[in-house]
Every structure is written in structure tokens, then in C-alpha cells.
Design a protein around this ligand. Structure first.
Ligand code: FE2
Length: 285
């Protein structure tokens, strides 16, 4: 892929499968509708886009996010004081446990309408490590065999937040400096199609992830596990991925319908503080 010059921004791919760095835009300013439309076009084309050297206040990050749709609050992670729609993703230098987002996942697929996209701002990034990986789920679908596609096409998966956010979930021993509220609500179950159609591009994608997908509908967890594990592994194959190296003031904006992401846990001894907003999405079909 070579760089795409839109009329005011330029998108430069960072990998073969997905991801592009956008230049020519300052997100702290009020952007015209035309520029927002170009950013949306780049997001749909590359699935995840990155901006460097931005200086964003929480208000400015919120204002930018709202240009793409209403922002949502998280069911289990408290937002910032005065800014409930902003989650502070923080890991202090002395933490040695699991990091937040440290597994392949899409955000909040336990919800009836999972987020359309998430925008993460690098406020305090470690000097080494802490990269984020993304994986293109159009390619994950496209590369399945015709027989597997046929079988999965009509299948429904059950999603739940119990793994990370149930009373016995991973937040119990991790993420000590984030404000996570576990509750029995995490045991609620939500059904989504295993193969999802993107509402804007019309393309099909694989739509399961290890953090939230617990089984197939009308099957036990034991029966579901072998095929789900195969799909989790397939979905994150390196040929579908890109890797983003954070620098201070970087912004990542991913299409949460079309990618999985993974926050690498390889910067123990350093602090990392990021701010995230999530844009409301629609019901998968
Ligand atoms: Fe995430």
C-alpha cells in the first residue's frame, strides 16, 4: 500500500494489512466537516489510523470524538472526574501484574451495541515498550476456507464481560490504579453473529474475541472451545496485524467493528498513562 493523499490529509500505511499514520491535521482545533469526512474515509480504508505529536486536553479529545458520534461510558470502568466518558488507562512503574487490554480483544462486545470506535491518546508513554498491536478482521474472514465460512455464517456467539469484570474476574488482582467496579452485571450474556457485516463498507468480518466471547449459542463452553480457540488464534495471525509504537502525544483511532487490538505488557519499570473515549456503535448483524 502506498500513501493516500486526500484533499487535506495524507495517510501513510504502517504495515501491509492495516493501519496508517495521518499527517496534515491538528486534532486540538475545530476541524471542518470535510476534514472529518476524510478522517472517517481513512478509518474505513485502513481500519486503524494514527496521529503524531498532538497536544490534546480532555475537552479537545471529547470534542474530536463527538464528531464521529455520541460517546459512551464504560459499564465497569469509572471515567475521569467531571469527564465520565473518558477512561484513564494507567499502569504505574511499580506494577508487575497484568496490564489493561493485555489480550486480543475488541472493546465492550458484551454490550448489545459495541463501540463503533475508540480513540486512545498517549499522555505519558514509556520510553521503551507499551506498543499496541491491531489485527484486521476482514482479512481474518477472507482467509478462512469456503467450508468454514459457510459453517460460521449462520452461527451466533455468546459474549459476556465476566472474564475481565466479574466479581471473580481478572480485575480482582490487576489494574490496581484504575477505577474498576466489578458487579454481577458482568454475568449478563449478549448474542452476536460470528460473522458480522460492516455497516459502512458492507464487507464481512470475523467477530469473536478471547476476552468477551464465551461460547457458541446452543452449545456448551466445552463444545465451543476447540473451534473458538482456533478462531482466536487465526484472528490474530501476524499477517493480519500492524504494530504501533507510541510517542508522547500520539493518538490511535481504531474501527472497533473491524479490528482486534492488544496492549503489550513489556514495559515494567516504566509508567504509562493513556486516555480513551469510545464512540457508540450499532447492533451487529
Ligand atoms: Fe481495548
Amino acid at each position: 500500500m502506498s500513501a493516500t493523499a486526500l484533499s487535506t490529509i495524507t495517510a501513510s500505511p504502517i504495515a501491509g494489512a492495516l493501519g496508517a499514520e495521518i499527517s496534515g491535521v491538528r486534532l486540538s482545533e475545530h476541524l471542518t466537516d470535510d476534514v472529518i469526512a476524510e478522517i472517517r474515509q481513512a478509518l474505513l480504508q485502513y481500519q486503524v489510523i494514527f496521529f503524531r505529536d498532538q497536544k490534546l486536553t480532555l475537552e479537545q479529545q471529547i470534542a474530536f470524538g463527538e464528531r464521529f458520534g455520541p460517546l459512551e461510558t464504560h459499564d465497569f470502568v469509572e471515567g475521569m472526574p467531571d469527564y465520565p466518558q473518558v477512561i484513564r488507562v494507567v499502569r504505574e512503574a511499580d506494577e508487575t501484574t497484568l496490564n489493561f487490554g493485555g489480550a486480543w480483544h475488541a472493546d465492550v462486545t458484551h454490550q448489545e451495541c459495541p463501540a463503533m470506535g475508540s480513540i486512545l491518546y498517549g499522555h505519558d508513554v514509556p520510553p521503551v515498550g507499551g506498543d499496541t498491536l491491531f489485527s484486521n478482521q476482514y482479512l481474518a474472514y477472507d482467509t478462512l476456507s469456503s467450508g468454514m465460512k459457510r459453517m460460521l455464517d449462520g452461527m451466533i456467539a455468546v459474549h459476556s464481560a465476566r472474564g475481565p469484570f466479574g466479581p471473580e474476574g481478572r480485575s480482582k488482582d490487576n489494574w490496581k490504579n484504575m477505577r474498576v467496579n466489578t458487579s454481577d452485571k458482568a454475568y449478563d450474556e449478549m448474542e452476536h453473529p460470528v460473522i458480522r457485516t460492516h455497516p459502512e463498507t458492507g464487507r464481512k468480518m470475523l467477530f469473536v474475541n478471547k476476552t468477551f466471547t464465551i461460547r457458541f449459542k446452543d452449545m456448551t463452553e466445552q463444545e465451543s472451545a476447540p473451534l473458538l480457540n482456533y478462531l482466536f488464534q487465526h484472528a490474530s495471525h501476524e499477517r493480519f496485524t500492524c504494530r504501533f509504537r507510541w510517542t508522547p502525544g500520539s493518538v490511535a483511532f481504531w474501527d472497533n467493528r473491524a479490528v482486534l487490538h492488544y496492549a503489550l505488557n513489556d514495559y515494567t519499570g516504566h509508567r504509562r498513562e493513556m486516555y480513551r473515549v469510545a464512540i457508540s456503535g450499532d447492533r451487529p448483524y
